[in-house]
Design a protein around this ligand. Structure first.
Ligand SMILES: C[S@@+](CC[C@H](N)C(=O)[O-])C[C@H]1O[C@@H](n2cnc3c(N)ncnc32)[C@H](O)[C@@H]1O
Length: 319
């Protein structure tokens, strides 16, 4: 129901902005620049239009060269959002702002101190929490002594790992210290965590400040779409490097729905809606398709153990 409501909201934005009426014929971006004042030269804003097109294409009603927005099975939700308010409101605000952003406005949210509460409320949503719980339970079945939480944000990943693997020694790294207090406050054992910040790690594209083979497991959730395409190989090769033999990598993300996408239709639309909405946040690069992730992991040498939850949860081992 939550995704249905959000898909409807995204579709309303596309129709209210009149993006759908610009879609017949060629050179959609040129038209939108002229008619809407969008600034689509930069990669991210231009990519957002492609995401909107893919979303309308998923809607499946195309007549006479025009996408027909009505008749799509994403009616306004009835009833409560049952705990999904944080996620719904976050994406809703992003979509509401998207027109201004497409006209050249600044990113709505970044990862500096002022937005920590907003990220905390959004990232604690039941959908992501469920995925984190599944991942932590899977890791908890293994003997894990040292685990890396990469990009710990408000601390949910650490919380779940501590809950499922009591004796695990966690190293938590993020590229700035903005989330530190919020993450600590979430934990029963904050002092059992080794916290690593920007004085030791400069973010994606910089080597992790750990020895080869140091960790039995690494957890990386909801941050893969913030890695620029050109750096993605480096980032995952470096994670591979710091894992011990048989070490496990768990990633939570979404797959950009491509032709091979195994996810169901509602989920595919939800992934596109999510991608478009979070695009107004600083540094967002977009979801990578499951095919891209599979290829990258295999090239690096990971054994992919499981891809589950509509291609959201990846478990890969260093053989
Ligand atoms: C959406 S939050 C996810 C946080 C956490 N893993 C979770 O699931 O709650 C994205 C995370 O990526 C980090 N991040 C964003 N851009 C980054 C960059 N360029 N380099 C390193 N980390 C980055 C942020 O600091 C934040 O912790």
């Amino acid at each position: 129901m939550f995704h249905t409501a959000l898909n409807r909201r995204f579709l309303d934005f596309i129709v209210d902005e009149g993006i759908d009426s610009a879609l017949s014929g060629q050179r959609v971006c040129d038209k939108l620049e002229n008619s809407h004042g969008y600034t689509l030269k930069d990669g991210n804003r231009r990519r957002m239009i492609a995401v909107a097109l893919d979303f309308l294409s998923e809607c499946g009603n195309r007549r006479g060269g025009n996408y027909i927005a009505d008749g799509v099975n994403c009616e306004p939700a009835h009833g409560s959002l049952d705990g999904f308010e944080g996620e719904y409101n976050f994406f809703g605000r992003c979509i509401d702002y998207a027109g201004e952003y497409l006209r050249g406005g600044k990113p709505l949210y970044d990862f500096n101190g002022g937005c920590v509460g907003i990220w905390d409320e959004f990232l604690g949503n039941p959908e992501f929490e469920y995925a984190r719980g599944v991942l932590a339970n899977k890791l908890g079945r293994r003997a894990i002594h040292r685990a890396l939480v990469l990009c710990y944000g408000p601390g949910y990943d650490i919380y779940h790992l501590q809950r499922c693997s009591e004796d695990v020694k966690i190293t938590a790294v993020d590229y700035n210290g903005a989330f530190y207090e919020t993450a600590r406050a979430k934990l029963l054992k904050p002092d059992a965590v080794q916290w690593v910040h920007s004085d030791k790690w400069g973010g994606f594209g910089h080597p992790l400040p750990f020895e080869d083979g140091y960790f039995d497991a690494a957890v990386f959730s909801c941050a893969d779409p913030y890695i620029a395409g050109g750096l993605r190989g480096f980032v995952y090769e470096d994670v591979y490097r710091v894992l011990a033999r048989d070490g496990l990598l768990g990633v939570i993300t979404r797959g950009y729905p491509d032709a091979q996408c195994g996810a169901d239709k509602l989920y595919r639309m939800a992934a596109l809606c999510h991608d478009f909405a979070e695009s107004v946040c600083e540094g967002w690069q977009g979801f990578y398709s499951a095919g891209q992730t599979r290829l990258l992991f295999e090239q690096i040498g990971f054994d992919i153990n499981a891809v589950t939850l509509n291609e959201c949860l990846w478990m890969a081992a260093k053989p």
